[in-house]
Ligand binder design. Structure first.
Ligand code: ZN
Length: 112
């Protein structure tokens, strides 16, 4: 028997196990991208429209408004920075390249 703890990580393997929706398909794992639910994780039925069985299961608690707004704004900013980076990368490539170590450092941000 597994010991439950109030502080157990939301990303622990058992939280992310596959789940089955009402039509007995494997529910799909998603990450919300809306302003209200930025990066909030959930499972839902993989079918769409009238075939959707209604299965929807949030993994994370609802975010406070200021946090979701912050996450959303950071994503917008990150997308813009990424675009700029790719643009610069192309210019650098056209110029004949740059040391790999520098580019690797920059891509650490892409884990977000
Ligand atoms: Zn379903």
């Amino acid at each position: 028997m597994k010991k439950m703890s109030a502080s157990s990580s939301i990303s622990s393997p058992e939280e992310l196990q596959s789940r089955t929706c009402k039509c007995e398909f494997l529910a799909r794992y998603y990450t919300a991208t809306t302003l209200e639910n930025g990066r909030r994780r959930f499972y839902r039925c993989r079918r769409v429209g009238s075939n959707f069985c209604g299965y929807w299961n949030w993994i994370d608690d609802k975010l406070p408004r200021h946090v979701s707004t912050m996450i959303h704004n950071q994503k917008v900013e990150l997308d813009s920075i990424r675009k700029g980076k790719n643009h610069l990368k192309k210019i650098v490539e056209d110029m004949g390249g740059i040391a790999d170590s520098y580019l690797k450092e920059m891509t650490a941000d892409e884990m977000f």
